[in-house]
Design a protein around this ligand. Structure first.
Ligand code: NAD
Ligand code: TDX
Length: 334
């Protein structure tokens, strides 16, 4: 199989490429990545000689047409992915997440390639903290941020290309991922690298918001199942029953560093902050028999902390600029 992976130098994409190279020697992987601030060639360095790497933009229709023409299947991870950035400047989100997905869809339509679209549970909006429910495949779309609105838009383009043009596509909407190679702007790596630097973790507002954490390898094992055996036109939600509030996650990280449970700062809350995400992955489990491997959040978190301790040269170049951007955006201790 010739597989085109967009965004393969980003967090989830790089983990997906590592997993594919390790487990599927029959698959030829080409990565298309623009190498924005979030992309990092170093994430693919250990397997550089096992893959083809193309630096380029998914919105570049001619380039995408050429690469999709040489592929049997496309897994589309590339995106602008950070909610806080989408509040500061939504334009790159519209361009990459919507226009970029359009260019890919036109190419898979022309070349009749199989297409898997990576999306997020944030397209469904949020749940109240006291709501016992969870998102499923029939939950209506109700995105809150420019990021989630552009991801929702891209999902709807995929559905239309399936229905109108017969594109062989599937969609997955996953909950919050953690694991190695995640950019230090995101919640868990930011707190780990702060603590390595002797700086207190930073919790938005009261920290009561709930996220449904899944290890990145479990997300990617589900993507492989869907790519191979998913029903064309179907959406699958991916989640591993990992609900935790943000304050509890910070306190687990503090404990791993031997620090007191109140040794963190509350900082300015995110405008429009989604309260709770929760995934009901029954369809994925029953139809495709998928099960997560990382059932112990604390163990996965400890391994992730270890990875950041051992790979400082990977994250160090981004750390100061990332923290500076948060301060410039108005983040203050409250
Ligand atoms: P990331 O920001 O770490 O990586 C994104 C990658 O896409 C980077 O390598 C970047 O260089 C590349 N990219 C950005 N714009 C591009 C363009 N125009 N052309 C080509 N490449 C471009 O993101 P991530 O956290 O790995 O997320 C990957 C996908 O998974 C996204 O579609 C995101 O919406 C989705 N997702 C993420 C999570 C999560 O918790 N991180 C959860 C559910 C879904
Ligand atoms: O310093 C912080 N302090 C803090 O309390 C940061 C960076 C975040 N937070 C909070 C905000 C969220 O409630 O932690 C939670 C997680 O924040 P992010 O890592 O920014 O993730 P989130 O906004 O939940 O979105 C993530 O999951 C869904 C990914 O970034 C998206 O790409 C994915 O679609």
């Amino acid at each position: 199989m010739r597989l085109l992976v967009t965004g393969g130098a980003g967090f989830i994409g790089a983990n997906f490429v590592h997993r594919t190279v390790a487990r599927r020697p029959d698959v030829h992987v080409t990565v298309l990545d623009k190498l924005t601030y979030a992309g990092n060639r170093a994430s693919l360095a250990p397997i550089a000689d096992r893959i083809e790497f193309v630096q380029g933009d998914i919105a570049d229709a001619a380039l995408v047409d050429r690469l999709v023409g040489g592929a049997d299947a496309v897994v589309h991870f590339a995106a602008e992915s950070h909610n806080d950035n989408s509040l500061a400047d939504p334009w790159p989100f519209v361009q990459t997440n919507i226009v970029g997905t359009y260019a890919l869809l036109q190419a898979v339509r022309k070349h009749e390639a199989r297409y898997h679209h990576i999306s997020t549970d944030e397209v469904y909006g949020d749940l109240e903290l006291d709501d016992p429910g969870a998102f499923n495949e029939s939950t209506p779309y109700n995105p809150s941020s420019p990021y989630s609105a552009t991801k929702a838009s891209s999902d709807l383009l995929v559905r239309a290309w399936v229905r109108s043009f017969g594109v062989r596509a599937t969609i997955s909407n996953c909950s919050n991922n953690f694991g190695p190679y995640q950019h230090v702007e995101k919640f868990i790596p930011r707190q780990i690298t702060n603590l390595i630097d002797g700086v207190r973790p930073r919790l938005y507002g009261a920290g009561h918001q709930v996220r449904d954490w899944i290890h990145v390898d479990d997300h990617n094992s589900a993507v492989w199942e869907i790519l191979q055996r998913g029903r064309i036109g179907q959406t699958y939600l991916i989640g591993a029953d990992g609900e935790r509030d943000n304050k509890s996650v910070v306190q687990l990280i503090l404990e791993a560093f031997g620090r007191a449970p109140d040794d963190f700062d509350h900082v300015t809350d995110r405008p429009g902050h989604d309260q709770r995400y929760a995934i009901d992955a029954t369809l994925l489990r029953t139809e495709l028999g998928w099960e997560p491997e990382y059932r112990d959040f604390r163990k996965g978190l400890d391994a992730t902390i270890e990875w950041y301790r051992e790979n400082e040269s990977w994250w160090r170049p981004q750390k100061a600029a990332t923290e500076h951007a948060y301060v410039s955006a108005g983040e203050q201790v409250i």
